[in-house]
Design a protein. Structure first.
Length: 186
């Protein structure tokens, strides 16, 4: 159960201010509501969290315990990098309002975001990928639904930037501690 809870918290926190959340907030603001976005959000988040948890379990099954710890450290390091990476985003114009296009773009963004790296790491660390996937799915869905219902407040990427930098530092510290522990240096 701890894998579920940790994945839920990680996905919810690490998704705040992420590219997928900003995209959903902007689309919800343009569309004056995002009721049509909700089914796409639920499906994409389930698919991305499930894929990363499954990937973590497949790779973890091939590794000895020390290597699993290093894999967790690398995944958390990747999450820290993604959180800290400053990128300029164009405000997209969505001429089609296509749910299929939104599905593809959200899936691509989520498969490389910090929240899904955390789900990957938790699936490896706990050995229970189903609970990690469920927690990541629910946490990511909550974060994106927040973007739908608070679109105007979340459409500006600069508002959550300081929090994302703090989360990046925490992920980097966790990666460092886990990596050094796996090497027997602490």
């Amino acid at each position: 159960m701890s894998g579920f809870f940790l994945a839920f918290l990680a996905a919810a926190l690490l998704s705040l201010g992420a590219r997928d959340q900003l995209l959903v907030a902007r689309l919800a603001a343009v569309r004056k509501g995002g009721a049509g976005l909700l089914p796409v959000i639920v499906l994409v988040t389930a698919l991305s969290s499930g894929a990363m948890a499954w990937g973590g379990s497949v790779v973890a099954a091939m590794l000895p315990p020390a290597a699993k710890s290093m894999l967790v450290a690398f995944a958390l390091g990747a999450a820290a990098f993604e959180l800290a990476w400053q990128r300029k985003q164009k405000v997209l114009r969505e001429p089609t309002h296509s749910h299929v296009a939104l599905f593809v773009v959200l899936l691509a963004r989520q498969l490389g975001d910090a929240a899904r790296f955390a789900v990957f790491a938790l699936a490896v660390a706990t050995g229970v990928p189903v609970l990690s996937a469920l927690g990541g799915w629910l946490g990511g869905t909550v974060a994106l639904c927040l973007a739908v219902f608070a679109a105007d407040e979340l459409a500006d990427p600069g508002r959550l930037r300081p929090m994302r930098l703090v989360l990046a530092a925490l992920c980097a510290i966790a990666a460092l501690v886990i990596g050094l522990g796996a090497r027997g240096l602490i």
